[in-house]
Design a binder for this molecule. Structure first.
Ligand code: HEC
Ligand code: HEC
Length: 448
């Protein structure tokens, strides 16, 4: 009897095993997965970006000092690295940034009286200084035109002048004119007690602000020799801020380069670069999950704008409060409302909070939102936000109706993924798209 039972159990076990074997036989082999992912990647033009242009060591040195120098802000208290902090993967790890006057670093940074939270989340800066970018800022405010010239955001009363060297420095030129980012309020004194001469300039006169900042930089004892070295044979007095900031383009292209994620290695022939889970996730990314409809090309971003229905969080933009019209602020087309630029995805796991306003504080929630935005806004958990921001969430039916009125059709049909598929997709983003060497290299940049 016992023996009979044992034989039976053995049979059942064998049956189960053979079922499992059959299952294995239907799942594609690792080799097949790799081949499928490479084909799907090619179809979506996913590829490694080209290497940055070479630059002189002197230009790179000046660029790094400019990036980390608080002299660039009217009050001498805020640098580019304050909000794009090398220790936080070139972000501040806050949902919404805090500019001049703020105290503390990274996620510990705090707002002080008379200041305003930035309406937007500080994006990371990886691959933002490559020629592949045709516009920057989340609404595409800074644009490179076909003739190679640059157009500033709509709010600019004056055009860019000659000498702007790249989109990256075009954004820097914008940032230094913005009161709550870097310029400060009229009548303020800088933290060292000197008058804030940049803040005193007329609101619309960007050219004078740039000229005043160029004077400040050229006259500073530590900056002057660096400027002279980066532009040999040119008198420092003749250098405009546009020219000086060209060192930022050179520096950013090198320092924020990122082309060595495991996914890049897979594309260049390394079959062992991705785990099985990340491989499956990559294939979902490029097929069933529909991600490459927008996250395509070498940057994993299509260079255009989409309304994903991201919950309204934050104070919004001036004249649009409490909303941020996104792309419509630039085009003035109501159909472009709430559309934002597709985010490049290399190193995304390290650069939260996510979305243009940091509405999501986990990568999983940001990705899940894409699968069914209508459902996501109804279930939005505002408790994930910093207490300061919780009351800035607008999620009443009338807000949701506004938000969904221009929802991108590409995300209007819900996509359902099994739990395993979802985990695989996240594994692809976390493991496959993280360039550990680039993150480590960036973290060595000496910041404030
Ligand atoms: C107050 C915090 C803050 C400071 C200081 C700051 N940034 Fe930014 N940066 C932001 C925010 C927020 C955005 C997004 C703004 C938008 O989309 O309208 C941004 C956007 C950018 C972008 C565009 C990225 C993209 O993907 O579109 C670049 C490039 C950039 N900043 C570089 C710089 C440089 C260079 C400096 C120094 C001159 C600087 N930033 C100073 C917060 C800051
Ligand atoms: C309709 C175009 C579109 C599709 C399809 C799409 N995305 Fe996005 N994605 C965007 C846009 C636009 C943003 C930026 C939204 C914002 O700033 O509010 C974004 C942002 C993200 C972010 C946050 C990046 C950051 O730094 O804040 C992640 C992660 C992401 N997408 C992953 C995915 C994944 C995974 C898929 C597939 C399931 C996907 N996306 C499908 C357009 C799209």
């Amino acid at each position: 009897m016992l023996r009979h039972l044992a034989t039976r159990s053995l049979c059942v076990l064998l049956l189960l095993l053979s079922a499992a074997c059959n299952d294995e036989a239907t799942a594609p082999s690792r080799e097949a997965l790799i081949a499928q992912l490479r084909t799907a990647a090619a179809a979506a033009a996913l590829a490694s970006p080209p290497p940055p242009a070479p630059a002189s060591p002197e230009a790179l040195a000046l660029g790094q000092v400019l990036f980390t120098s608080r002299l660039l802000s009217g009050n001498r208290d805020t640098s580019c690295a304050t909000c794009h902090d090398p220790l936080f993967a070139t972000t501040d790890a806050l949902s919404l940034s805090i500019g001049t006057g703020g105290v503390g670093r990274g996620p510990n940074r705090q707002l002080t009286p008379l200041r305003r939270l930035h309406p937007r989340n500080a994006p990371d800066l990886f691959l933002r200084a490559t020629d592949l970018q045709t516009s920057l800022l989340r609404d595409g405010g800074a644009t490179r035109l076909e003739d190679g010239s640059y157009r500033p955001p709509e709010e600019a009363e004056q055009p860019y002048r000659d000498g702007v060297a790249g989109l990256f420095s075009a954004v820097a030129l914008f940032h230094v004119t913005q009161r709550f980012d870097m310029r400060g309020n009229a009548g303020e004194e800088a933290i060292d007690g000197t008058p804030n001469e940049i803040a005193a300039i007329d609101e619309d006169d960007w050219h004078s602000m740039w000229d005043a900042l160029a004077v400040r930089l050229r006259e500073e004892a530590t900056m002057r020799p660096l400027i002279a070295a980066a532009f040999p044979g040119e008198a420092p007095e003749s250098l405009s801020l546009e020219r000086i900031f060209s060192a930022l383009d050179a520096f950013a292209a090198q320092a924020f380069d990122s082309r060595d994620t495991p996914f890049d290695r897979l594309l260049s022939g390394d079959d062992s670069a991705l785990s099985d889970s990340a491989l499956r996730g990559g294939l979902l990314f490029a097929t069933t999950a529909g991600c490459t409809r927008c996250h395509n090309g070498p940057l994993l971003a299509d260079g255009t704008f989409h309304n994903l229905g991201v919950p309204f969080v934050g104070l919004g933009q001036e004249y649009e409060e409490p909303y941020d019209f996104g792309r419509a602020s630039q085009t003035e087309r109501t159909t472009d409302r709430y559309a934002f630029s597709t985010a490049p995805l290399r190193n995304t796991a390290a650069t939260g909070p996510w979305m243009h306003n940091g509405a999501y504080t986990t990568l999983e929630a940001a990705v899940r939102h894409h699968l069914d935005p209508r459902d996501a806004i109804l279930r939005y958990d505002w408790q994930q936000l910093d207490p300061l921001l919780q009351s800035t969430w607008h999620g009443a039916p009338i807000d949701n109706a506004r938000l969904l009125s221009t929802l991108d059709p590409l995300v209007a049909t819900p996509i359902s993924l099994s739990d395993r598929d979802f985990d695989d997709l996240i594994a692809f983003l976390r493991e496959g798209l993280t360039d550990a060497d680039a993150l480590a290299r960036v973290a060595t940049i000496q910041a404030p």
